[in-house]
Ligand binder design. Structure first.
Ligand SMILES: [Zn+2]
Length: 350
């Protein structure tokens, strides 16, 4: 969301700054949309940052094959226009972390780091009313595009904020770095995870960092001081195989069913806890979704192995060790040969 700007202070400011700008976000799942209050039908009156936003949205940085090259080129161009230095750190072949830097006046101070990721999650095109990479804007100012909320709007906010502050003649003691990282949506293993181990990251000397948050349909900014831990867990169940025409006992499916039921019952409990307490926010409870089911080779063959994958977001006040033991006990209760593994290591992250 782009915040309402202060009123332009000087007549010499570019015309675009004199116009109020507000972008709010629709929470509808199908309408991943960002709205600009500039609802003029004349496209020429679109705020330049909204135009830039739409341009960025059209770059197909969609997993599993993001066009990172185009995103880096886009960001390089922004650096050039804003008079910022642009450092490209290739953390793995084809995976570049782009760092735009606005030097502060006091180099002894630690820096401010504004981070955003360039990749977006895949789309189910059939559920979209507009091409998710067209950045179509309707007559009300809603923009339809994958990544509009998560999180290209924030990248553009950083860039627009820096642009305005520079135009207004501000200079800050601390250096401001904007980092644009790849592969966050698939765990950051080819992005931030490698970047933080590099000397280029150490050299940034970040003292304070801002990253993505949640979209807000108003002009308010929500501040979070803790975060749930993403746990991606695969449960594998093994059992007796056999022919599909028989009543095979102790099958992988039976046992997997038990684990899935235990976890979904836990999900329901957490959901009820959230629903019944108006003071609780979604981030205060543990969420879980069953996201993948795998196994089997044929209709008439009872498989020896099946697996279920879950996306847990463990609430900040939950003891991680105890929660891991809970997972263990659900697997044990399902029977012999049921194990779980972390597909993404349990740690704090986005
Ligand atoms: Zn994100």
């Amino acid at each position: 969301m782009l915040q309402q700007p202060r009123k332009a202070k000087s007549a010499s400011l570019p015309k675009c700054l004199a116009s109020p700008l507000r972008a709010s976000v629709s929470s509808s799942v199908k309408r991943l949309a960002t709205q600009s209050a500039m609802t003029s039908k004349n496209p020429k009156e679109e705020h330049p940052s909204v135009t830039l936003f739409r341009q960025y949205l059209r770059i197909r940085t969609v997993q599993p094959k993001p066009d990172y090259g185009a995103a880096v080129a886009f960001l390089e161009e922004r650096a050039c226009q804003l008079g910022l230095s642009c450092q490209k750190v290739e953390v793995a072949p084809g995976y570049v972390v782009t760092v735009l830097t606005w030097p502060g006046t006091n180099p002894t101070l630690s820096s401010i780091l504004l981070n955003s990721h360039t990749d977006v999650v895949p789309v189910f095109k059939e559920y979209w009313s507009h091409d998710p990479f067209e950045a179509f804007k309707d007559s009300e100012g809603y923009i339809y595009a994958r990544g509009a909320q998560d999180m290209k709007c924030i990248s553009i906010q950083y860039l627009e904020a820096v642009r305005r502050l520079k135009v207004e003649g501000h200079q800050f003691p601390r250096t401001i770095h904007m980092t644009f990282v790849p592969d966050e949506e698939v765990g950051g293993h080819q992005g931030m995870e490698l970047f933080v181990q590099r000397p280029e990251f150490q050299a940034l000397r970040a003292g304070f960092a801002l990253d993505e948050g949640l979209a807000n349909p108003t002009d308010a900014f929500t501040v979070f001081y803790s975060e749930r831990s993403p746990w991606w867990v695969r449960v594998t169940s093994t059992g007796r195989p056999g022919h599909g025409s028989r009543f095979i006992e102790d099958t992988a499916a039976e046992k997997l069913h038990k684990v899935v039921s235990s976890i979904l019952a836990f999900r329901e409990k957490e959901w009820q806890r959230l629903q019944s307490n108006p003071h609780l926010k979604e981030g205060a409870v543990t969420s879980v979704n069953l996201t993948k089911l795998e196994g089997g080779v044929a209709y008439n063959v009872v498989p020896a192995t099946m697996s279920a994958s879950f996306d847990f977001r463990v609430a900040p006040d939950v003891g991680l060790k105890a929660f891991e033991e809970q997972l263990q006990s659900w697997c044990q209760a399902a029977g012999e040969g049921v194990t779980f593994e972390f597909v993404q290591e349990p740690h704090c992250g986005a």
